[in-house]
Ligand binder design. Structure first.
Ligand code: SIN
Length: 487
């Protein structure tokens, strides 16, 4: 490896592309599983990007809401960095071509979502924000000659020399293997929703990057905190479920039980816009009791312009949300935990960096505030890329690198079993007995594939945290008796 070896970025979502664009003019090698924006969880994001841009709003108010949502488990310095950087992140995205929605006076149209004390969310193309942002980022990366992209690459091993990560190897779509040397390796591989029975993520958001870094000895943080989105479209038999955006509840949609009664009545003062974990638990209980629905019929003629993505997903499953309530279910949505990183994306392993959902710098605490995830990807991805561009690479000290690999993947039936276990034990409501039983079964599965080893780490972290906090809710924590616990 030499000082002019490329910076390797693994992952083509919002964090990876933001890091790659900021790291160029240094040479960047971008390795992605799929071409363009396809397959990235960022592309599916229906929420927008939170930023204190409205009259009277401030980064401090945005930071306050972020910490309340995170149950004050957040790293306050990271939160302040995120919210102070948010307006500039929006401006940068506009500069590369993202056309955020505007009101009749030409001002940015700001929406409201759960946990925000005011309208603060910028959208592009209504509920198609993730796709709009990804289109602009992919185009910008294609126009940047210092970024070389190789798609169809499944990175499954890290090269480590003298304690420093110096490259990766990948299985390519044609089954061949290829090794890449770099002066830094950035993991921007997304979340772990694919390990659960139902997820709003793409199915291959399976935590591979996280598992790989843990196998190489990188430190993890807050692995037990997984956010469940309360309203994924309930399609029987489907694993990766279309999201039914929270912005619909921001626009007045109401959750109903099987008798058509308001689901959130008497549960929380904010009703349908209560913190996401509270709504997710309530919906989980209702689904168990026969079903939960979101009534958004009042959106009426605005459906195709304001919520085109949800409308299309519903119609594809023969549900017309203009005429009928939408069946919903909670789904694994976002991992607050991940590889422990600092503000510049450094992990505990020299040469290894992380950005976006795979990383955890403490910004989200125990529960992420709505529309802070695309923001995190841009802010911390760019910071990391700028930092890497400014520092020179380590000198080539020669010698053979040792390889740390993921090992075999679970065969499909075992993966199915693991997802069921994780959905039941690590879902919106947890307890010692369920977590321990799942962990015991995972011990056996771990010999069959790496996903079970990762699940073991998540279950162990959840077992260790005996008290409920944020998205980690334990119904065997006597201090937490309440309307949802009792339901
Ligand atoms: C949503 O649109 O409901 C999801 C937004 C987010 O997860 O931030």
């Amino acid at each position: 490896m030499s000082g002019d070896a490329p910076i390797i970025v693994v992952g083509g979502g919002i964090a990876g592309l933001s890091a790659a664009l900021a790291a160029a003019p240094a040479p960047v090698l971008l390795l992605t599983r799929r071409p363009g924006a396809a397959g990235a969880a960022s592309t599916l994001a229906q929420g927008g990007i939170a930023a204190a841009l409205g009259a009277g709003d401030t980064p401090a108010a945005h930071a306050r809401d972020t910490c309340v949502a995170g149950s004050h488990h957040n790293d306050v310095a990271m939160v302040e960095l995120l919210t102070a950087s948010a307006p500039a992140a929006i401006a940068w995205l506009q500069a590369i071509g993202v056309d955020f929605d505007r009101d009749a006076d030409g001002r940015l149209q700001l929406g409201r979502e759960g946990g925000h004390d005011r309208a603060r969310i910028a959208h592009a193309g209504g509920d198609g924000t993730g796709a709009a942002v990804m289109r602009a980022l992919v185009a910008a990366a294609r126009a940047q000659p210092r970024i070389r992209r190789i798609a169809g690459c499944d990175v499954d091993a890290l090269a480590v020399r003298d304690g420093q990560v110096v490259g990766v190897s990948a299985t390519l779509d044609d089954g061949s293997r290829q090794r890449f040397d770099g002066r830094a390796v950035v993991l921007a591989t997304g979340g772990i929703g694919g390990l659960f029975a139902a997820t709003s993520n793409p199915a291959d958001a399976d935590g591979g990057g996280l598992a790989l870094a843990l196998a190489a000895g990188a430190a993890a943080r807050d692995l037990e905190f997984v956010q469940f989105h309360p309203t994924a479209l309930a399609v029987p038999g489907l694993h990766s479920l279309p999201l039914v955006t929270e912005a619909l509840r921001g626009a007045g949609a109401r959750l109903l039980d099987r008798d058509g009664q308001p689901l959130m009545a008497g549960v929380h003062p904010l009703g349908d816009l209560a913190p996401r974990d509270i709504v997710a638990r309530r919906v989980a209980v209702a689904v168990h009791a026969g079903g939960a629905w979101l009534d958004a019929r009042h959106i009426g003629v605005a459906w195709p312009t304001a919520f085109p993505t949800v409308l299309a997903a519903c119609l594809a499953h023969a549900i017309d949300p203009r005429l009928q309530p939408i069946p919903v279910t909670p789904a694994a949505h976002f991992h607050m935990g991940g590889l422990a990183t600092d503000a510049d994306g450094r992990t505990s392993l020299p040469g290894l960096f992380a950005a976006g959902e795979v990383a955890c710098n403490g910004v989200h605490g125990a529960n992420r505030l709505a529309s802070n995830s695309l923001l995190e990807g841009v802010v911390f991805g760019r910071r990391l890329g700028q930092w890497l561009a400014a520092v020179s690479g380590a000198e080539n000290r020669g010698g053979e690198a040792a390889w740390v690999g993921l090992g075999p993947a679970l065969p499909p039936p075992a993966l199915q079993r693991l997802r069921a276990l994780m959905g039941a034990a690590m879902g919106p409501v947890r307890n010692h007995a369920g977590l321990q039983a799942a962990l015991d079964e995972c011990e056996g599965l771990a010999a069959e594939g790496w996903q079970a080893g990762l699940a073991r780490a998540l279950l162990a972290a959840a077992l260790q945290r005996r008290r409920s906090l944020g998205a980690h809710y334990r119904d065997d924590d006597a201090s937490m008796a309440g309307p949802v616990a009792a339901a």
